[in-house]
Ligand binder design. Structure first.
Ligand code: SF4
Length: 209
């Protein structure tokens, strides 16, 4: 399956979807990091409903590190896996204080040492806050790029490396964001809307969906 040319699909997507924007509400790197940890297997809308009050209560890593764990759980109870996520965000806050002076580190190697932080979470923070080129392979990026023929893989790490090898570095962050929009709009998981899709004429999967 031959993928379409990036320089063909990128302008189509960039014209259609809103300018680069964050899906998760945040005011600083700490808030973005915590929001992305909470967003695993949860909708961004749900996370955005919870985080304003959470960050009002715990506006810094210090405040989150010192909070009673049960109080954190209560504040994020409507998010799935809230028990583990409460432990992870508190452990992450404590690790930020212990190892990074209370700041969010700006390298992938350092960030993946934090509890609950994998490559996807790290890449979101690095690209959205630190403006470093990155590809955060979430379920949408993995599925849409697979259907477009950029890879035939299911493993997020291999997909990330494959896309990085094939996309211009200057487009990594924005193109992956655009694929998230596209996965939510046309290239839906169960019933992709190929008949009306803006990429249909360039997509090698269009005839089989
Ligand atoms: S044509 Fe279908 S499979 Fe291809 S990108 Fe569009 S919705 Fe997805």
């Amino acid at each position: 399956m031959t993928p379409p040319l990036v320089d063909v699909i990128y302008p189509i997507l960039a014209d259609y979807y809103p300018p680069d924007q964050a899906f998760l509400t945040h005011r600083n790197a700490y808030e973005l990091l915590i929001a992305v940890i909470l967003s695993a297997q949860c909708t961004d809308d749900r996370v955005n409903q919870v985080t304003p009050a959470l960050f009002d209560a715990y506006p810094t890593p210090e405040a989150l590190a010192e909070a009673p764990l049960d109080a954190i759980k209560d504040r994020i109870r409507s998010i799935n896996f809230f028990n583990n996520k409460a432990k992870n965000i508190q452990a992450t806050a404590r690790r930020l204080l212990a190892n990074f002076g209370g700041n969010v580190p700006d390298t992938l190697d350092a960030m993946v040492q934090l509890p609950g932080v994998g490559r996807k979470t790290a890449n979101v923070v690095l690209s959205q806050w630190f403006k470093q080129p990155g590809i955060a392979v979430d379920t949408h990026v993995a599925r849409v790029s697979r259907r477009l023929g950029f890879h035939g893989d299911m493993d997020p790490v291999r997909i990330e490396h494959r896309l990085k090898a094939n996309w211009p570095k200057s487009l990594w962050s924005h193109l992956s964001t655009l694929l998230i929009f596209h996965g939510r709009t046309f290239c839906l998981s169960r019933k992709p809307l190929c008949q009306t899709c803006i990429l249909a004429e360039h997509c090698p999967s269009e005839s089989v969906c």
